[in-house]
Design a protein around this ligand. Structure first.
Ligand code: KMH
Ligand code: ZN
Length: 277
């Protein structure tokens, strides 16, 4: 255990699908996102993964809404900020890339890159190859490293293809998103396959959906990986008990990771581990 690197906990705080009707803890405004992010940092998160919402709670990839959220977070704490380029199903590529227009002190630290089309519940998360190359190019142009979001095993293969074409550099950082309806299930054997399948020297995070979220923190901890928790993927702290905020899910993840002998990464350590500039 002692040979394992510090564990990066990422809080996926907002997402595009969860509603206030499902949980009053969903942060919507920049101030709400900033407040919860600071508490997540205190609870052990080194990074937050964010989407933004309109004041009415509708999913958005608006540049200015991201700017406000990023400023609200950075005015309160030093947590790393990873922006979504996935947005919500049905958004155009330009819409999805809204946060990639932020430069200077508003530039995010990282951005997601989903490397394939996948069923997403009853919808389709549409990522044809030209669109993926387009987003990869924009991420690179901003000087960022992507978190490669893999909802299915073939998305790791697609990362290999993108590297060959020059759109990605290896070693890379992967996020195994397990348990989305219609995609790869949250099973330990899926995680074990994927972590053995990534290019040598790569780092990985696991984000498991719903009731699998917290148990997979422990599986990732045992395997030397990193973990993503948060309201985007799961709203419950335990069966029938809503998390009061993302920070409660981070605190529980931190407790479980430490129980497995892991030390948590600070944002500075996460920056080095994930090779961020
Ligand atoms: N909301 C999903 C359709 C990402 O953040 O990059 C896509 C998503 C992935 O959440
Ligand atoms: Zn997301």
């Amino acid at each position: 255990m002692s040979a394992m690197p510090p564990m990066v906990i990422t809080a996926a705080m907002v997402g595009a699908e969860v509603t206030r009707a499902q949980t009053p803890a969903l942060p919507i405004t920049a101030e709400e996102i900033g407040e919860d992010a600071a508490k997540c940092r205190e609870a052990g998160a080194a990074m937050v993964h964010i989407h933004v919402r309109t004041p009415e709670g509708k999913p958005s990839q608006d540049t200015e809404l991201f700017r406000a959220a990023i400023r609200a977070i950075r005015s309160r704490c030093d947590v790393l900020i990873q922006v979504s380029t996935g947005g919500a199903v049905g958004m155009s590529v330009d819409e999805r890339c809204g946060p990639l227009k932020l430069t200077g002190s508003d530039r995010p630290d990282m951005a997601t890159l989903s490397t394939g089309t996948v069923n997403f519940g009853d919808d389709v998360f549409w990522n044809p190859r030209p669109l993926v190359r387009d987003i990869a190019t924009r991420i690179k142009a901003l000087g960022l490293r992507p978190e490669i979001e893999c909802f299915d095993a073939g998305m790791v293969d697609e990362a290999y293809a993108l590297e060959k074409e020059g759109f990605l550099a290896f070693p890379a950082h992967f996020d195994f998103v397990l348990g989305v309806g219609g995609a790869l299930a949250a099973r330990p054997e899926a995680l074990d396959f994927l972590r053995g399948y990534v290019p040598a020297g790569s780092t990985w995070t696991c984000a498991a959906m719903g009731r699998h979220q917290l148990p997979f923190v422990e599986l990732s901890a045992e395997r030397g990986g990193n973990a993503r928790v948060g309201i985007e993927d799961n709203i419950y702290l335990s069966k029938g008990v809503l998390a009061k905020g993302n920070y409660e899910l981070v605190a529980e993840a931190a407790r479980r990771a430490k129980g497995k002998g892991r030390v948590l990464a600070t944002p500075q350590e996460a920056r080095e581990l994930l090779r961020l500039s």
